[in-house]
Design a protein around this ligand. Structure first.
Ligand code: GLV
Ligand code: GLV
Length: 329
């Protein structure tokens, strides 16, 4: 029997599929495990299913004496020291594709809610301050026909762009590498460098991974390029935005608003952020659709089983570790 540790309770019954081959332990508490706790459990495990809030750094990986696979229950894997895992021949897998649509839907939920002041309206009604329809009550910025700027045009960024067509928007995008022309044409995307995108877009939505290059990609200078009527949406990773600079820009009305699902020092908020009326704050739930979260369990379970059986997992993030002849490729 192999040993598999799951760092947090997952929805559904998907883990049952592991039980023929593995002894499965699920962290019993309803919170994210600390690094110290991870260091304690990891030496005995053949596989771990981890959450994006678990710091799987070189020390934790180094303690995984029998570890063969780290399955991150997320598409982003910036919480894992990939180089350290690769150096030890440990497979790292994630959950792309199944969460693309749910995550794109949620970016739109934040965009619409921020632009049209849904949360302010909700608070007003609940507080008993709705005194009847009024011509100038909670006027927001309009969405349809405006310009959307997508930063990071991977799977989720492209799915957000597809949805923008229903709102008759012009769509600019910025990406590390430009997309093939036929993809640009099909999605109605115009390539722009980041500064040009920030200057022209009415909505800027972030969809890049967190890497050393994208840390504080949006800081004081970049916020300064945006229109005073523009809205920033972040469903990527908190540290892509300099949150202190964002609070300052929002406070001074240098941009119109922000819709945030992620935070720089999650779950802590930068002082002042929660007091601003022109932000919509969500607790990192972009992929939190019921069906999506069940499919994510299926993916991590399938890939853990694949690695333990010596087969190439489907969503291998570090393919360079897989040099075996029985691979599918
Ligand atoms: C969520 O943030 C994910 O990376 O899946
Ligand atoms: C608004 O409810 C309208 O009828 O214009």
């Amino acid at each position: 029997m192999y040993s598999v540790f799951v760092t947090r309770k997952l929805p559904g019954q998907g883990l049952e599929r592991l039980r023929d081959l593995c002894e499965v332990t699920v962290f019993p508490e309803d919170r994210n495990m600390t690094k110290e706790e991870l260091l304690e459990i990891i030496p005995g495990q053949d596989a771990v299913i981890t959450m994006l809030a678990n710091p799987i750094d070189s020390e934790v990986i180094g303690a995984g004496q029998k570890l063969k696979v780290i399955a991150n229950y997320a598409v982003g894997f910036n919480n894992i020291d990939l180089a350290a895992a690769t150096a030890r021949g440990i497979a790292v897998v994630n959950t792309p594709d199944v969460l693309t649509a749910a995550s794109a839907d949620f970016a739109w939920a934040l965009l619409l809610a921020t632009a049209r002041r849904v949360v302010e309206g909700d608070a007003l009604v609940r507080a008993g301050r709705f005194a009847g329809w009024a011509p100038e009550l909670l006027l927001g910025v309009e969405v349809h026909g405006k310009t959307l700027g997508i930063v990071g045009a991977g799977r989720i960024g492209q799915a957000v762009a597809k949805r923008a067509r229903g709102f008759a928007m012009r769509i600019l995008y910025h990406n590390r590498t430009r997309l093939p022309e036929d993809v640009e044409r099909e999605l109605g995307l115009e390539y722009a460098d980041l500064d040009a995108l920030l200057k022209e877009a009415d909505f800027v939505s972030l969809h890049c991974p967190l890497t050393p290059e994208t840390r504080h990609l949006i800081g004081e200078r970049e916020l300064g390029l945006m229109k005073p009527t523009a809205v920033l949406i972040n469903t990527a990773r908190g540290p892509v935005v300099d949150e202190g600079a964002l609070v300052q820009a929002l406070r001074e009305g240098r941009i119109y608003g922000a819709g945030l699902d992620v935070f720089e020092n999650e779950p802590a908020l930068h002082p002042g952020l929660a007091e601003l009326p022109n932000v919509v704050l969500a607790p990192h739930i972009a992929s939190a659709g019921r069906e999506t979260r069940l499919q994510m369990v299926d993916l991590v379970v399938s890939d853990v089983l694949a690695v333990l059986k010596g087969q190439r997992p489907r969503n291998l993030v570090n393919p360079e570790i897989w040099k075996r002849e029985d691979s599918y490729e």
